[in-house]
Design a binder for this molecule. Sequence first.
Ligand SMILES: C[S@@+](CC[C@H](N)C(=O)[O-])C[C@H]1O[C@@H](n2cnc3c(N)ncnc32)[C@H](O)[C@@H]1O
Length: 202
Amino acid sequence: MKKSEIVRKSYTKIAKKYANQRNLYPNKELLMKFKRYMQKGSKVLDLGCGAGVPISKFLVSNGYNVTGIDFADGMLKLAKRNVPRAKFIKMDMTKMNFKPNSFDGAVSFYAIIHVSRKKHSRIYKSLHRILINNAIILVNAGGNKEWEEIAEDYIGVPMFWSFYSPKRTLGIIKNAGFEIIWNKILKLGGETQFWVMARNQK
Ligand SMILES: C[S@@+](CC[C@H](N)C(=O)[O-])C[C@H]1O[C@@H](n2cnc3c(N)ncnc32)[C@H](O)[C@@H]1O
């Protein structure tokens, strides 16, 4: 089975379980950081939105116009129920087909790390195109070192993760047309992740 299919099928299967254990607490400060850069009413894209909680929900509650994309039906079904004021679309983030300049900002929490790292550059290049000039992105783009693994048992299902080192990841984001504003390896809720905030430069 293709690695992306493992991820898609597994997240559909564990959607409820994953959403039930998902907590806003570890990500609150990051979201507040993003909020400082984004005016109310801004159009924000949430890539790999999952069940919509807590990320899309936080964004909607803070006055943003939110579009969430995910390729797992199970997650999207929950997202539509959990955050009725956001718009959710079934879409693979490696094949985004929005028009140029469609969004003022974008976030992606714990999702790009499930895409084969060879395709990460494609995601950031698409973001460069579909975001307006000076748009802000906030993403967790990997861990503290490069990593690729297919695990047999992640919450009872197989799962795939893939990312480069923080240094190489920053190069990919810059090369796609972004200026790095902030980046840090953080241990939040028991997970060590590499977080990046960047500004689109057109
Ligand atoms: C760990 S969950 C995180 C969900 C949500 N962002 C959150 O913070 O709770 C990862 C999500 O990314 C989605 N995902 C992974 N690869 C994707 C892809 N290529 N296109 C769209 N969604 C993807 C999965 O279906 C899953 O819902």
